[in-house]
Design a protein around this ligand. Structure first.
Ligand SMILES: Cc1ncc(COP(=O)(O)O)c(C=O)c1O
Length: 468
């Protein structure tokens, strides 16, 4: 059925036998709106001035395309603007150009990563790309992985697998261990898989935000003495607030000695393992293959459009055994691996397309260029920030948090709120995480559009306004 939609005579669906000229026109018009937004994003602000009231409910007859294009315009002008050079608050960089195309291709194909027959080529790409990633990390022949919609889901996939492998799926006292600075997704995972609060064991961190190994030993001993079993220890390779890296090698060996699944949450830092040479000084970057599983989120720094997250495992058979159900409604043979049976998601979008295109587009040098520029910008900022007046929390990655060093918690809370607002007025958006019982400030240097001049100006502004 065709509907005359003000200049567009467009089918409900792309025509299977026509020229789709109207669809092309619509795509071109939408692309123009989007590109216009990108071109002006520096004139705007990281956050919109106001949120336009868009109509959300469908009406009876359906809308003219003209109205929908206006709606898209309103939506865009009311959105967070990651391409603005002052967008420095979170792990949400501007979109990598080719991955925008990847999303369009994935949407157009509308294949389903549930089953091979619904995504023959894309399933193969996902399989091979995960295998390549796993090999880059130093995993062996039986390694592999799966894409899921975000780091939380991949941490969940790993923990479900670890618990199943340990034979503790139905043990109400099963425990897993994280550091106190691990991401909150583990609390969510614990609730989903039915782990009591006291059985999600949180290990203290040292002055550098890293899991304290002697505290880990004590907790393992204590847990065992209570007759409880630990199915996984999780190390974080890049914590959310300060980018700290837990002692991977030591924790890995403790896991080996105790026959415990070792999961690394490398959502932030894992991608640095793809670098050629420059980050070999990041401690343990060469030891990631000691893990049984690792989460990596290319969405967080390379700008692969959300979501883009992989779970890589040393032995793909563990995911197969954990999540296999058989798919009675899919015609398949035993040799075929339907990739919807490698994790908790069933139907899955072809997110791998934008990662595949993104990595091929960047190449190793391009990846290095982005990672290198992020670390270099953090160091530039750190060097200018006045160490006499600020206490800095930062590891070897591109994240830095800080607070004035001569204020009490209440004063720090007030100062950080004031500074955050002042900066937003100057079109610079930084974040204000709750850390060690107070609100401090954090900057993530993952925005490729941020220039050195912006960073120098920002650091000087903070030095000048320490007593605000
Ligand atoms: C260290 C870490 N792990 C996991 C996650 C969760 O990832 P996602 O938001 O993609 O679910 C985050 C998110 O910021 C994170 O910083």
């Amino acid at each position: 059925m065709k509907s005359d939609l003000n200049n567009f005579l467009i089918d409900y669906f792309p025509s299977p036998n026509g020229d789709n000229k109207e669809l092309l026109k619509l795509l071109n018009q939408t692309s123009e709106i989007i590109c216009d937004w990108f071109s002006h994003s520096e004139e705007l602000s990281p956050l919109p001035q106001n949120i336009k009231n868009v109509v959300t409910e469908p009406d009876k007859c359906g809308c003219e395309i003209k109205i929908l294009l206006e709606d898209i315009n309103s939506l865009i002008s009311s959105s967070f603007n990651p391409s603005h050079p002052g967008s420095l608050a979170h792990l949400d960089p501007p979109p990598l150009t080719i991955s925008i195309v990847g999303d369009l291709v994935a949407g157009s194909l509308n294949n389903n990563l549930l089953a091979e027959e619904l995504s023959p080529c894309i399933s193969l790409i996902e399989n091979n790309l995960c295998k390549w990633f796993a090999t880059e990390l130093g995993f062996g022949d039986s390694s592999g992985g799966i894409a899921a919609s975000g780091g939380t889901l991949n941490n969940l996939n790993a923990l479900v697998c670890a618990r199943f492998k340990a034979g503790l799926t139905f043990d109400p006292e099963a425990c897993f261990i994280v550091s106190e600075e691990a991401h909150v997704s583990f609390k969510k995972c614990a609730r989903i898989i039915g782990i009591k609060d006291e059985n999600l064991i949180s290990i203290e961190t040292d002055n550098y935000g890293k899991m304290d190994i002697s505290n880990l030993y004590n907790e393992i001993k204590k847990t065992k003495s209570l007759g409880k079993k630990i199915f996984s220890i999780v190390a974080t390779f890049g914590t959310t607030i300060r980018g700290s890296i837990d002692p991977i090698y030591e924790i890995g060996n403790i896991c080996k000695d105790n026959d415990i699944w070792f999961h690394i949450d490398g959502s932030i830092g894992g991608i640095f393992a793809l670098s050629n040479t420059k980050y070999r000084d990041i401690k343990d970057i060469n030891n990631l293959n000691i893990a049984n599983s690792i989460t990596i989120n290319p969405q967080k720094i390379l700008g692969i459009t959300k979501t883009s997250s992989l779970l890589l495992v040393d032995d793909i058979n563990n995911l197969k055994k954990t999540f296999y159900t058989g798919l009675p409604y899919i015609d398949s043979t035993e040799e075929v691996l339907n990739r919807g049976e490698l994790g908790v998601q069933g139907s899955r979008p072809a997110e791998i397309i934008k990662l595949w295109l993104g990595l091929r587009f960047l190449g190793k040098d391009g990846i290095d260029n982005i990672l290198n520029s992020s670390i270099r910008k953090k160091l530039l900022f750190e060097n200018i920030l006045d160490k006499d007046n600020f206490y800095i929390y930062s590891g070897s990655l591109h994240i830095i948090s800080f607070e004035p060093n001569n204020m009490n918690s209440d004063q720090i809370n007030n100062w950080s709120l004031k500074i955050k607002k002042m900066l937003l007025n100057k079109k610079i958006m930084i974040s204000r995480p709750f850390y060690k019982n107070r609100y401090i400030l954090r900057i993530v240097f993952g925005n490729f559009n941020t220039k050195d001049s912006h960073i120098i100006e920002l650091a000087h502004f903070l030095n000048k306004n320490i007593h605000e």
